[in-house]
Design a protein around this ligand. Structure first.
Ligand SMILES: [Zn+2]
Length: 612
């Protein structure tokens, strides 16, 4: 109900899209490109005009608009018909008007994206030698110039080398790197910048004002953010908002939010919170509700990913949560969540969701796949972050002794006690920087944990690492011919049996160094050492026990939850099955994140970690 002044004269005319109606007609109206404008102004004022310019910048940033203004500046003759090139084209002379209407015969626009061939260029170059019909300069504006073929570039180059006095070229490109250096070197280059959000917001507010519409500050900011640096895109959104607004009513935040599809994100926050608290029952209820409301699995995981990213950023720069574009409720919840979650936990959530997203995309039943992703995430949420665990293990803080047989690993004789059957198969050794692409927000794990986290935490993990990285032969020798005496990350001591190749130790060091980026101390010992891995595997019970004992997560879980003990290892899986998978490998393709856990059976109910 804002009081409205008389409708502006513009609104009487047939509606013209705002991007066109408010297309800048001179340099003064061009917003956000001050550096380019200043240089062009100076060049024109000093009469030092290049004969080719290259306008570089992302889509929608104003390259063709700038090109047209430049064409007018070159050809303006002033209201009296006597002016020369000017930084302030008059907008009244026949040249200015014709160029503004895209109908000047001497200003030729060509889109190289659609006309890339050498014939097109040849045709154009044929015309170059004719003098302009009515303008001072023939101006060729070639958009997306990087799309031209090599032959077309070569044809163009000859003209660029010796351009006739009356010809100017203005090239625009989104991909400067694809423009040949020979062409680049003959152009004066301008990089057009994305227009900053606050500048855009102000611009949209003033355009709305000129249209006789009130635009809320928050709504303007939302549009500016969605415009992503492009005046044109923002004005298109404003078009829609104006069209959708009731006459005489201000355009508010809620309307724009709805229009942009920025649905109420409370659900996403609730889901994330439930899952990160390990409350999978509530999480799955929320998924069911969201699915009933029409949410699709992929965008659900996508939303969670985005939220994870945002929370990570909030954690790094808390001021981000103050952004007025973010609704108040989200700001409050966001700050709370970011404060409650560690960086490593967020990084782990990001990785699990990222991997989950591709699973969901590939799954025949995406919603079920999404649920499984959330189950895993909720399950992992009950555990301390891997980096913490690894660090603890390596510092020997309450963990099983880093060296040999971990006493807590021995299942108490006859111990059953209906222990949980869950076998967490987290392999912390895969935190290797090599095997694992950095997550996009790149929240580094705690720096202190970084160097050690890259190294396999057990001998088995070390062999696995070799196996996964085309060192199967070496891995095989280690399994059959090596009696481990001592292992710590970066240091292996073993005895070779008589089947061993004497060069094994010499080959192992470099291979490990290559895979882990660390120097390894490999030493031969005369101590008897453990049975070989192959011997161990031959005894299923033994293998099962070792698997548990050596497993970093198990160690970590024991360390992290004082009083916990291993009651049973696999919940009665047949021994043969265990022997078949000497090392759990939840992800066969090797580029695993260190934190995917595959519950063997039922995950323990939240809060029952002590059962580990
Ligand atoms: Zn003019």
């Amino acid at each position: 109900m804002s009081e409205k002044t008389a409708p502006s004269p513009a609104s009487e005319k047939p509606y013209q899209v705002l991007a066109r109606k408010y297309r800048p007609q001179n340099f003064a109206e061009l917003i956000g490109q001050d550096a380019v404008v200043t240089t062009l102004r100076n060049a024109i004022a000093a009469d030092r005009l290049a004969h080719a310019w290259l306008l570089a910048g992302v889509r929608g940033v104003g390259k063709t608009t700038t090109a047209r203004i430049l064409a007018r500046a070159l050809n303006c003759i002033g209201p009296d018909g006597k002016g020369g090139p000017t930084a302030e084209p008059c907008g009244e002379c026949p040249n200015c008007k014709a160029i503004a209407d895209d109908r000047h015969p001497d200003v030729i626009e060509m889109d190289a994206a659609s006309r890339t061939g050498v014939d097109d260029i040849r045709e154009l170059i044929e015309q170059v030698r004719y003098r302009p019909t009515s303008a001072r300069y023939k101006v060729y504006i070639i958009d997306e110039v990087h799309m031209l073929t090599t032959n077309a570039f070569n044809a163009l180059l000859k003209t660029l080398e010796e351009p006739p006095e009356h010809v100017k070229f203005i090239f625009a490109t989104t991909e400067t790197r694809k423009v040949p250096v020979t062409v680049l070197s003959r152009c004066q280059r301008f990089d057009l910048r994305l227009v900053p959000e606050d500048l855009l917001a102000r611009h949209f507010t003033s355009v709305a004002e000129a249209e006789g519409v009130t635009l809320d500050a928050a709504a303007a900011r939302l549009i500016a953010r969605a415009a992503d640096g492009s005046v044109r895109d923002g004005l298109s959104i404003l078009d829609q908002a104006v069209a959708g607004a009731a006459k005489g009513e201000a355009i508010g935040e809620a309307a724009v939010r709805a229009m942009l599809g920025l649905a109420d994100r409370t659900q996403v926050f609730d889901l994330f919170e439930a899952v990160m608290q390990g409350d999978i029952a509530r999480g799955l209820d929320l998924v069911t509700a969201a699915a009933a409301a029409g949410a699709d699995a992929e965008s659900m995981i996508g939303d969670l990913l985005e939220l994870t990213h945002w929370l990570t950023r909030v954690k790094i720069t808390p001021a981000i949560a103050d952004d007025p574009v973010v609704p108040e409720a989200e700001r409050v919840t966001g700050r709370k969540l970011a404060a409650g979650l560690g960086m490593a936990v967020l990084a782990r959530a990001w990785q699990m969701l990222l991997k989950g997203l591709s699973e969901v995309q590939a799954a025949p039943q995406p919603m079920k796949a999404a649920e499984m992703v959330l189950v895993r995430l909720a399950h992992a949420a009950n555990l301390p972050p891997p980096a913490d665990l690894i660090e603890k293990i390596q510092k020997g803080e309450g963990a099983a002794p880093a060296a040999r047989p971990a006493s807590p690993s021995k299942p108490p004789a006859g111990g059953n006690g209906g222990g949980t059957g869950a076998r967490a198969t987290l392999d912390a050794s895969r935190g290797s920087a090599k095997a694992q692409p950095a997550p996009e927000p790149a929240p580094e794990p705690e720096p202190s944990a970084e160097p050690t986290a890259q190294l396999p935490t057990s001998f088995v993990a070390m062999v696995e690492l070799l196996d996964r990285n085309r060192e199967a032969r070496l891995a095989g020798e280690l399994r059959t011919a090596v009696h481990l005496v001592r292992y710590e990350p970066g240091r292996v001591e073993f005895r070779l049996n008589d089947r061993a190749d004497g060069t094994l130790a010499n080959r192992l060091g470099p291979a490990l160094a290559k895979l882990t980026g660390a120097l390894w101390a490999i030493s031969l010992s005369s101590e008897p050492g453990d049975p070989t891995l192959a011997e161990q595997a031959s005894s299923a019970a033994e293998a099962r026990r070792r698997q548990a004992a050596e497993h970093p997560l198990v160690k970590a879980a024991l360390a992290a939850f004082p009083g916990a003990k291993i009651v049973d290892v696999t919940g009665g899986a047949p021994a043969a099955a265990v022997a078949e998978q000497p090392m759990p490998d939840p992800d066969a393709d090797g580029d695993m994140d260190p934190d995917i856990m595959v519950p063997d059976e039922e995950p323990p109910p939240p809060g029952s970690e002590e059962d580990y």
